[in-house]
Design a protein around this ligand. Sequence first.
Ligand SMILES: Cc1cc2nc3c(=O)[nH]c(=O)nc-3n(C[C@H](O)[C@H](O)[C@H](O)COP(=O)(O)OP(=O)(O)OC[C@H]3O[C@@H](n4cnc5c(N)ncnc54)[C@H](O)[C@@H]3O)c2cc1C
Length: 439
Amino acid sequence: MKNKITVIGAGLAGSEAAYQLAKRGFEVDLWEMRPKKSTPAHTTAGFGELVCSNSLKSNALTNACGLLKEEMRSLDSLIIRAADKTALSCDDKSAALSVDREKFSHYITEAILNEPNINVIYDEYTDKITDNTVIATGPLASDAICNNLKELLGSDFLNFYDASAPIIDAESIDMSKCFKGSRFGEGGDDYINCPMSKAEYYAFVDALLTAQAAEVHGFEKDMVFEGCMPVEIMAARGVDTLRFGPLKNTGFERADGTRPYAVVQLRSENGDNTMYNMVGFQTHLKFPEQKRVFSMIPGLENAVFHRYGVMHRNTYIDSPRLLDGAYSLKSNSSIYVAGQISGVEGYVESAASGLTVGLMAASRAMGNQVLLPKETMIGALASYVSNPGVFDFQPMNANYGIIPKILEKMPKQEKQAKYAQRALEKIEEFKKSSYWLFN
Ligand SMILES: Cc1cc2nc3c(=O)[nH]c(=O)nc-3n(C[C@H](O)[C@H](O)[C@H](O)COP(=O)(O)OP(=O)(O)OC[C@H]3O[C@@H](n4cnc5c(N)ncnc54)[C@H](O)[C@@H]3O)c2cc1C
């Protein structure tokens, strides 16, 4: 008898998961509520609709998202094939992969509709979530599915807004200007502190006040972020607001009794201390502005930002508490969560999680559970979102901070090329050792 599975949502993750499963003999019921009912951002009835930019970011292998795409190509991703087939003409193979959004969505829709093992149901899924289901309803999941998710997971595990502070690569922090330690010496060495003089603090506040904010989508205008005001708004409330807020200097007395004028704290984001989060730096500034202004902080002049701060509507679960490395629930391994709602961030990352779910569910059905290698970007994403050691979880994009480090010292570009080479070799090994998934 054939394996049956329900996939809810025909976005980037759901379309990819459905395709991968159907290709491996599953009978798939794919639910999509559009065009009957839309989200505040979608405008068409097509599958895999890109709701904003038409760019799937860089194709360069030294770029984390470029590497992820190359791994997905090798694993026969429908979404990346659609992107390659509908790419806007470009001679530079290392440039951004921008697509004709209508042709892209059309390609995916046709591939799904022509797949005999997929039965498309154009309706909102409102039933209880049962075994053998992939939840891929995206950042703007319907209320009905959110209520079902709350019932299934508990309301504490579902978030509706993302207010993430930037994350910085540990190696790019100039430790000659910073020091490790916690306020009042409590809490161990998990923090890196960037002390500021009075002149540095005032220049920083000035820059924040004139920096450009990102666009707010209409449906996000009345959004309420409980307890997390953007740093630029705090700065606008008064020149000393930040100094008595997240940048306060108390607990940092030097041996001679003096204190820095202000202190920016960075907190370790993962057990390996390879990435640091800027404490209290929720922000809605444009990404280039974050780079410009936050690089004024002593020690962060050459900071490499793995993820910039964002504040937007985003439905996602507390994956480190709920998911295993196959994106399935720890409490019920036949229920999978894929896409932005699983805590990955971005178009390609969402599709990558759908691809992983397809492979993992198929390998389980064949009685031979495999996991993608952590050295690959696609495996590292699965590992990061399911890592119970990550607290205060915020959605994560592809970046070199989440894969196991190569310790050897070398220039950044060379190291990234090495990461890419290692990852692509691991993908080939994975395909060979689990050949039964690919035949
Ligand atoms: C406004 C906005 C702009 C974004 N811009 C970018 C960007 O420029 N670049 C980038 O990389 N990422 C961006 N993202 C983030 C993210 O990558 C995209 O949202 C991406 O589409 C997520 O893929 P997904 O498959 O998880 O969800 P989606 O692509 O949104 O797919 C989810 C699907 O589920 C359907 N659905 C929801 N509930 C139900 C239900 N109960 N029953 C049946 N169907 C249902 C929806 O109609 C939708 O088709 C943006 C997100 C938002 C909200």
